[in-house]
Design a protein around this ligand. Sequence first.
Ligand code: ZN
Length: 204
Amino acid sequence: MSFDSYEKLLNDASDILSASTVSQERLKIPKPMLMEEGKQTIVRNFMDILDIINRNDRDVSKFFMKEFGIGVNVEGRRLIINRKVTEEEFNTKLEQYLNVYVRCYECNSPDTEIVKEGRVNVIRCKACGAQHPISPSRELTINRDQIEEGKKYTVTIIEIGKSGEGRSKLFGYTIIVPGTKKGQTVLVEVKKIREGTAIAQVVK
Ligand SMILES: [Zn+2]
């Protein structure tokens, strides 16, 4: 792709960016809504979160029970935790759950499912096709850096968009890389970021 057509793409970026933001909305994880009630903490939109991440309440409750060291139960759409939990504490544990049991270990997309491979539980990604055995220690090693303009990253193109642009995923972002083909792994420099989408250029 020539420099001119690349410039044109940057100019057209707003169309591409708004289109991909819409498709990401589908998997936007709602912010937990916490409420104190006596000695209990109630997560009012617990099932809304689970609906988006497509995990069952039994597994997620078990995780929170273990992490908070106290009984929890689901009542209707709400999670009841039998002690006071701060918003920060809950969000940290939820992030930990997402990183270990939900987000793809390769592209960070939350669009995944857990499948059994023999006796091992595996996270299978619907966005990039990657498959990894669940690793409870992942939280300790994951790189939580978000992407930044002007920095370089290695990405694998997982699909081609409507305008012929290659698309990848990284840290939950959609990375648009013009002039690439599906399946290619390339070193790119991020040029522009908006919302959950970044436009990047292949580094020669
Ligand atoms: Zn993936």
